[in-house]
Design a binder for this molecule. Structure first.
Ligand SMILES: C[S@@+](CC[C@H](N)C(=O)[O-])C[C@H]1O[C@@H](n2cnc3c(N)ncnc32)[C@H](O)[C@@H]1O
Length: 265
């Protein structure tokens, strides 16, 4: 690692870090350059420990000591050091956790390799909110589930917000995207999993009454509409978390946490 002091927020070397609040811009920029951003000491540390290659760091001078060991292991990459006001102008907000890193994405693993030794798999259908994606990963990791699968249109687990909410679980829980939405549940069943659709529908089976098989996949639906009819039809069973007080459904991340706990090994 070598340090580069920067005072100009317009410096082109900081291109990886511009306008972090602009989801659209970030999504295309990150995909185009095959990068993602980690924010905060813990998350950066976990990303580097997970083996992701670092492109660069950006931080205010006071973070250099705290992250000294991580900077040392990152190889011959620049650490841009800038006053907090400059970091704020580049990123578009005050970086509370002080440090940022830009890292290289790796190719997604094949579905077969993710499923090979797994017994408990969460499958997210078209979640749009990065916070919910991150929270689902965190629950899956914390409650002992083995992998997460994403429908083709599901939001990106390596988006900064997802990573942050997952507390770095997106670096440790194996995941990949299902290539064809239509056959998603069928493909997983063919690999030896019983497929459960998590739905608030009144005629679904109460989660407390489910006997969990050795290998199971849990389908979880998008924030507004819930699971598609296609995926619900494809499931072996539909399961619900009973609701009280006239509430129709839980937030998707909360529902995932409850189900991951109830159906844990
Ligand atoms: C906000 S809910 C969608 C609500 C939608 N109206 C529906 O009927 O599914 C998003 C996802 O969270 C899960 N979910 C939320 N509340 C649930 C409950 N009470 N029982 C089972 N799953 C639930 C389901 O997977 C659902 O697709």
């Amino acid at each position: 690692m070598y340090t580069v002091h920067i005072d100009d927020p317009g410096d082109a070397r900081l291109a990886d870090y511009v306008s972090l609040r602009d989801v659209q811009l970030r999504t295309s920029l990150e995909a185009e350059h095959g990068l993602f951003l980690a924010e905060g000491e813990k998350v950066i540390r976990r990303a580097v420990e997970a083996g992701y290659e670092v492109r660069s760091f950006l931080m205010a001078p006071k973070w250099l000591d705290t992250l000294a060991d991580v900077l040392e292991t990152a190889g011959d990459v620049p650490c841009y050091v800038a006053p907090e006001s400059v970091v704020e102008q580049v990123t578009g907000f005050h970086v509370h956790r002080g440090a940022l890193a830009s890292l290289c994405r790796t190719p997604m693993p094949a579905l077969e390799s993710v499923l090979e030794h797994a017994e408990r798999v969460v499958i997210l259908e078209d979640l749009v909110d990065h916070t919910n994606v991150g929270a689902a990963f965190r629950s899956a990791a914390a409650l002992g589930w083995d992998a997460v699968l994403l429908s083709p249109r599901c939001a990106d687990p390596l988006y900064r917000r997802s990573i942050k909410v997952s507390m770095g679980s997106v670096f440790t829980v194996p995941y990949t995207r299902i290539e064809h939405w239509y056959d998603g549940p069928g493909t997983v069943r063919a690999a030896g999993f019983e497929v459960f659709a998590l739905t608030p529908a009144a005629d679904a089976v109460d989660l407390a009454e489910v006997e969990a098989p050795r290998r199971m996949a849990l389908l979880v639906g998008t924030e507004g509409e819930g699971l598609s009819q296609r995926w619900i039809r494809e499931a072996d069973q539909r399961v619900r978390i009973p609701m009280w007080s006239g509430v129709e459904s839980l937030n998707v991340a909360a529902a995932t946490a409850v189900a991951c706990y109830a159906l844990r090994r």
